[in-house]
Design a protein around this ligand. Structure first.
Ligand SMILES: [Zn+2]
Length: 114
């Protein structure tokens, strides 16, 4: 039986340090901001009452560098079937979706501040 790999460090193909895939099959966005996995982020969720008794669900406390807020916004909009937008570093969803938003954040792996 012949061994194909000599076992020196130089024979190990380079791997992406973000996803662990071989660099040639890595699907990561090139050199983006330093994201953190959701498990290392804590989100806060509150419901605000705006003008004319309009309710909005606000996700806040997330670091805009560590977290792709735009992507999270579209995930939550789809999950709640509602409109929403980014307000500074806060995600604002139209309507009272406190329970559903928390459920979805947990499903994604985020910690939720009490
Ligand atoms: Zn990668």
């Amino acid at each position: 039986m012949t061994r194909l790999f000599a076992g020196t460090p130089f024979d190990i193909p380079p791997r992406c340090d973000r996803c662990g895939e071989l660099e040639e099959s890595c699907q990561c966005e090139p050199a983006g901001p330093e994201r953190l996995p959701p498990e290392k982020q804590t989100a806060k969720v509150r419901v605000d009452r705006r003008k004319h008794k309009r309710m909005v669900t606000v996700v806040w406390g997330l670091d805009p560098v560590a977290c792709d807020l735009a992507e999270l916004l579209s995930t939550l909009k789809a999950a709640c079937g509602s409109g929403g937008s980014l307000q500074d570093d806060e995600i604002e969803l139209q309507g009272d979706h406190l329970t559903r938003v928390k459920e979805n954040l947990r499903k994604l792996g985020y910690k939720i501040a009490k």
